[in-house]
Design a protein around this ligand. Structure first.
Ligand SMILES: Cc1cc2nc3c(=O)[nH]c(=O)nc-3n(C[C@H](O)[C@H](O)[C@H](O)COP(=O)(O)OP(=O)(O)OC[C@H]3O[C@@H](n4cnc5c(N)ncnc54)[C@H](O)[C@@H]3O)c2cc1C
Length: 390
């Protein structure tokens, strides 16, 4: 998400102060403005805000460019009626246009997929196991389980991921440690990670284990599912560093491949992230199929998820912004729109700190929470009779 102020009323604090002083003066607002110093304007604004006289703030507005927000956010945002909006349309913009024109990425993913299968088959051959998954795919592509020397250098990470999925075991215990059968030392010795022999097995431990995992999941094509889901989620739970890298990769994959956002609570659970990606993949596939069938984009878009991104331009006056920040900076607001509200507040404060001194969640200004039983508990509850309406 990116928020930029495109433009705003010039001299916002002086404009509000001049409008407010006019009410008590017998000279023109233009004269008041000419003779108003920044200091006088600031002290007048402070008085005005303390008294809660908000109508003069309607003379100043801010125009924001907002990029990379979901259509879920758009639905919530446009409930704020005292504002003007222009929104990027999915009717005229196909977010997947370039992909239709250039299938190179798909070809690259295919060779990574084959390298993964070779690694997996190699591991199964070395363990004496039979293939349980991917058997059809292995037969179709005549996968034999090639040795490391026959794999091109740029495909080593999916190849080793195949080996890990085929024969690696996550050891019990607080630290990350990966075990392989002893006869894997020849192939693993050729990786750049330290290997410790121990009884019947060999181990990659601690930092080396984290680096090994970062390497084998590098540039992961989440949609191809060429990874063992249980192992990947177990790794995320075991290593915080690995999970951070996994999330960063998933976020950029979701943004790049689906033009979508990753909501906060989904990001907290690796299983949920993978399920979310499956859902996005299926929507995208069906969307592209409809477009290929000749269905108009304006109708094909019905199948796209609410997480699909958009861009917009929004103008709000300061009074309406106060109301917006009041409702949406509160922890009760959904995470994405709260994030947007906080970014917007930080931007306007840079330009007019006095005007926005008291803006934000109501509890920040009053020290009380008006949300009753929905309170997040950060501040004590406001007395019922003092609660305003939302
Ligand atoms: C935590 C949270 C949960 C929410 N849940 C829901 C939900 O479940 N369902 C749902 O439908 N919405 C929900 N909303 C949206 C909410 O009800 C408002 O529609 C939204 O926040 C816009 O607020 P607003 O009307 O104050 O803003 P604006 O439309 O910008 O209005 C600003 C102010 O102008 C005045 N005003 C505007 N229009 C009128 C009018 N026609 N008559 C009189 N006064 C007017 C009011 O004083 C209003 O506060 C939720 C909002 C929040 C923050």
């Amino acid at each position: 998400m990116k928020v930029t102020i495109l433009t705003h009323t010039p001299e916002p604090e002086k404009t509000v102060a001049a409008a407010a002083r006019l009410c008590y003066s017998n000279i023109s607002a233009s004269e008041i403005m000419e003779n108003l110093s920044e200091e006088k304007a600031s002290s007048f604004i402070k008085k005005l805000m303390d008294m809660g006289h908000m109508s003069p703030t309607e003379h100043v507005s801010f125009t924001f460019a907002v990029d990379g927000v979901s259509r879920t956010l758009l639905a919530q945002l446009t409930r704020h009626r005292i504002a003007s909006y222009s929104v990027q349309s999915l009717r005229y913009n196909n977010p997947f246009k370039s992909e239709i024109a250039d299938p190179r990425e798909e070809e690259e993913n295919e060779s990574r997929h084959l390298a993964y299968l070779e690694g997996l088959a190699f591991a199964w051959n070395s363990c004496g196991q039979k293939s349980r998954f991917f058997t059809e795919s292995m037969e179709k592509h005549n996968i034999k389980g090639l040795s490391l020397e026959k794999i091109s250098k740029n495909l080593l990470s999916p190849y080793f991921r195949g080996i890990f999925d085929g024969a690696g075991i996550l050891e019990e215990g607080p630290d990350l440690s990966i075990a392989f059968p002893r006869n894997f030392d020849a192939v693993l010795n050729k990786s750049s990670f330290n290997i410790t022999p121990e009884a019947e097995k060999i181990l990659i431990k601690n930092e080396d284990a984290v680096n090994f995992c970062l390497f084998i999941y590098e540039n992961l094509d989440f949609a191809s599912q060429n990874f063992c889901r249980e192992k990947l989620t177990a790794l995320c739970q075991k290593s915080r560093d690995f999970y951070k890298a996994f999330l960063k990769a998933a976020e950029s994959y979701i943004d790049g491949r689906y033009y979508s956002t990753l909501p906060e609570s989904i990001a907290k659970n690796p299983e949920a992230v993978l399920t979310y990606i499956n859902g996005l993949e299926s929507c995208k596939k069906n969307y592209l199929e409809l477009v290929k069938m000749g269905v108009e984009q304006e109708d094909a878009r019905y199948i796209l998820p609410m997480g699909t991104q958009t861009r917009l331009v929004m103008t709000m006056n300061v009074r309406s912004l106060y109301n917006f920040f009041h409702l949406r900076c509160c922890r009760r607001a959904q995470s994405e729109i709260r994030h947007l509200a906080n970014l917007m507040l930080a931007e306007v404060k840079k330009i007019a700190p006095g005007l926005f001194e008291k803006a934000g969640a109501p509890c920040e200004a009053t020290g009380f929470c008006p949300e009753g039983k929905f309170s997040c508990g950060r501040y004590p509850a406001q007395r019922p009779e003092a609660r305003g309406q939302r």
